[in-house]
Design a protein around this ligand. Structure first.
Ligand SMILES: [Zn+2]
Length: 84
């Protein structure tokens, strides 16, 4: 069985993201798209128990959320893949 590469593991190997990502506001459950975010934690690409490679990293919004004004942070593997 060959290891499965998730979309995010490929981005993790690239080491940076300079594209719009889709985020969900945890307060209003509405989605928005922005490229104003920073990678605040990068633990590299990890293998999960199920053999899937994921990028273990966190991003934080640079400017406040358009719906509630808060600076949210997200685990990148929870975000929708920008290539799909
Ligand atoms: Zn919000």
């Amino acid at each position: 069985m060959s290891p499965r590469w998730s979309c995010w593991s490929i981005l993790g190997l690239m080491g940076n993201i300079s594209m719009n990502l889709v985020f969900v506001c945890p307060e209003n459950h509405k989605t928005f798209e922005t490229d104003h975010f920073n990678i605040i934690q990068d633990n590299g690409v990890k293998m999960t128990e199920t053999g899937q490679r994921v990028w273990d990293a966190k991003v934080e919004l640079v400017s406040g959320c358009p719906f509630c004004g808060k600076i949210h942070e997200y685990q990148v593997s929870d975000l929708p893949c920008p290539f799909s």
